[in-house]
Ligand binder design. Sequence first.
Ligand code: FUB
Length: 456
Amino acid sequence: MNFKKFSFLSLSLLGAFNLFAQNPIFQTMFTADPAPMVYNDTLFVYTTHDEQTTSNFFTMHDWQLFSTVDMVNWTAHGTVASLGDFKWSEVKNGAWAPQCIERNGKFYFYCPIHGDGVGVLVADSPYGPFKDPIGRRLVEGPRVWDDIDPTVFIDDDGQAYLYWGNPGLHYAKLNEDMISIDTSIGNIGVVSLDMTPEAFGKREVEHERYKTNYEEAPWLYKRGDLYYMLFAAIGIPEYIAYSTAPTATGPWTYRGVIMGRHPDLAFTNHPGVVDYKGNSYFFYHNQGLPGGGGFNRSVCVEQFNYNADGSIPEIIPTKEGIVNGVAKLNPFIRVEAETIAWSEGVKIGRDSEAGIYVTNISNGDYIKVRDVDFGKGAKRFQASVASATQGGQIEIRLGGVNGTLVGVCNVGNTGGAQKWDVKSAKIKKAKGVHDLYFVFKGAEGELFNFDWWKFL
Ligand code: FUB
């Protein structure tokens, strides 16, 4: 199904239904394999990117970055790295599940290139630009085709570990430079775990390649004294399960399923867990966007609490996602238009002047921004926009797509789709905390591009 057409035709039907939807958390493209990372006061989520496809395999060329400071509004930062960054690899389709970690002010991004093993990129900022510091694959696993889904973790003593693999689980100790491995252990630095039922669960149906419930998508972290290894389990369709251990290298004990099968989940799933501003969050993916499927997936998040003994409860996927944000949004400073709690119809674009902006805007599309704190009130609205057509209007509403209309910003032709101009509108009765809606109106076709907004 064509997402754009679906959105336009079904807007009125979906409006009420989506009033409380927060999952999937990114609606402007298909994303999967979430890898959350907290740095300073921001939560970053690196994802893979499913190109919209009708084929029966993954079409994945690049990795995307999103961030939040409140858990309900997400800012898209666009493509953060792509297969082209690995000049030594000729793989053209296979940008699979990555993870990024910070060490001493540098950001190390471990990327599986399906069919060519795991590479590493490094940057001075979480946003990139990421560069390949070694010009070759990082690890030589037992079978390069199986070397996917790296997870990286730095232990309290400074030792960094990289785990990866499908159908086996392997690890290497990273040297302090994070771009080479300690070759003194295992088979030239690679240790393949003994896949026992005690460690990763007894597979109910015997399988030639898979000896336990472990399938792929490992996610390693430590909480208190316990090391956690979450993973995609039990075959296709995948569940999320986990094991724990007293050290980063085991011995692992299987602890059971965290997320089982549910309608809207894809045949793969992929965990990412993080604590942020005092809460614990579980990231995963589903196929819940219009046009979604096993190769057109979407990242979601749920909040959870550990049990008193440190075990992880069963987590049920929801459409509501995060109900309570952890901060209010200040509308009196420039806010990127691609900071979105929920949207319908729009996509993101990039140019050298504006950076990332919202594009593909048609009549009836909208953007919702949650928990906007207007304080004692706003008087004017400003938006940076660009239009090569007759433009349209931004209806500024509170509380819903049909909520209180507090202003209308007219956007005319600015002389080009990348000719940015600031338009403004008078605002009435916007006080206190509200969910803000930008509802786009105009004639048929694309109306304008939208880079940022601000209230005065
Ligand atoms: O996204 C491609 C692959 O599908 C990932 O590497 C696996 O974890 C599964 O999600």
